[in-house]
Design a protein around this ligand. Structure first.
Ligand code: SF4
Ligand code: ZN
Length: 356
């Protein structure tokens, strides 16, 4: 399966990423180059495009892509009223491309954003936690940013896999315990250190997969809560997802073009998860129908905002009246749609009869 992400650097021809699964799970060498493809031009300056976004019908060069992403992020922050420049923001950093890119973008946009890294104590044969911690520290040091680090084992006595085993939760997978612990720690640090907002790097692929899962189950409670902003409640900071409208591939392109070093591997416990399966399904859909993932998510947000996600529409309120010709109920002015169709067809038939 081919993605529509094209990347290039001044020294190389356009390169193309192929994928059939979420990109975060692809090893770095999955980017193949050089592959010469049709020359696309940047919409803004006409130079050779580095990124082509079929779903937006937009191709941009490296420079303009690196401007476009923060501009769009700013637009989403304002549109969903996430925060303003006076707010103190805590960004949850995993060491992956999304959270590091989010931190980078917020700082570039001039927001007061500090990072929070939670050491989960997961090795999985790839030094997952220590490597993601190293890359997060590296990013913070290189950019002179403030990073809070909470090591679960140091603070709570056991790393995540052990906490999970001890608690017998999650049927051999520590994800339930991990999610619970991360939420607890994020909320605690935000509250104790006086942050107004907690920002996470969830992208469109993450949000669409969660939405898909909630829709399959018709989990109305979760559906009514899902969105770019979760308002603050007693003792809990507001939670926001400024990247929720970016495709995962768009964030991969941002991190690569911006030269952000991030951990390519996902947590080893993510293997075989339902959310990855949903992402794969949605990627298949997206390949055949570019833009469907975004439409799926945006139409949901619009319906939620209108407040009619689960509202029963009162048909009587739809101003129905009987069609003056056939008597069937219609909301159209005058004749119903069917009678208008027949009227047209009759007119066409009359004209063609008279032409004989
Ligand atoms: Fe935690 Fe890994 Fe599960 Fe994610 S996949 S919830 S990081 S254990
Ligand atoms: Zn350009």
């Amino acid at each position: 399966m081919w993605s529509n992400l094209l990347l290039s650097s001044p020294a190389e021809p356009i390169i193309e990423i192929r994928y059939s699964q979420p990109e975060s799970r692809l090893p770095n060498n999955y980017i193949e180059y050089p592959i010469t493809v049709f020359a696309m031009k940047c919409r803004k300056c006409g130079a050779k495009a580095s990124v082509n976004m079929r779903q937006h019908r937009l191709a941009l060069c490296k420079e303009h892509y690196l401007e476009w992403v923060p501009e769009q992020t700013e637009r989403f922050i304002k549109k969903y009223q996430m925060f303003d420049r006076g707010d103190k923001i805590l960004v949850a950093i995993s060491g992956g491309k999304d959270s590091l890119s989010l931190w980078d973008i917020l700082v570039r946009l001039g927001y007061q954003a500090d990072g929070l890294y939670i050491g989960l104590g997961i090795d999985g044969g790839i030094n997952y936690s220590s490597e993601s911690h190293r890359l997060t520290e590296k990013f913070a040091n290189e950019n002179n940013l403030k990073l809070h680090v909470v090591d679960v084992e140091n603070e709570y006595g056991q790393p995540i896999p052990m906490l999970s085993e001890i608690s017998h939760r999650g049927h051999g997978k520590p994800c339930a315990v991990c999610g619970l612990t991360k939420r607890h720690v994020m909320n605690r640090i935000a509250r104790d250190l006086g942050y107004d907002v907690l920002a996470t790097g969830h992208n469109l692929d993450d949000e669409a997969a969660v939405l898909f899962g909630n829709t399959l189950q018709w989990s109305s409670e979760f559906l009514l809560r899902q969105g770019p902003v979760l308002p603050s409640t007693e003792g809990l900071a507001r939670k926001v997802k400024p990247l929720c409208r970016f495709y995962e591939r768009e964030m991969t392109a941002y991190a690569l073009l911006r030269g952000i070093e991030y951990i390519y591997e996902e947590c080893p416990f993510a293997e075989g998860s339902t959310s990855i399966y949903y992402k794969e399904l949605l990627n298949k859909l997206e390949t055949d129908r570019p833009g469907s993932k975004l439409t799926f998510y945006l139409r949901f947000l619009e319906a939620r905002q209108r407040g009619d996600l689960f509202a029963e529409k009162d048909i009587r309120q739809a101003n129905l009246h009987p069609c003056p010709n056939c008597g069937q109920p219609t909301s159209a002015q005058g004749l119903c749609s069917f009678c208008r169709l027949m009227e047209k067809a009759e007119g066409v038939a009359t004209i063609s009869r008279s032409a004989l």
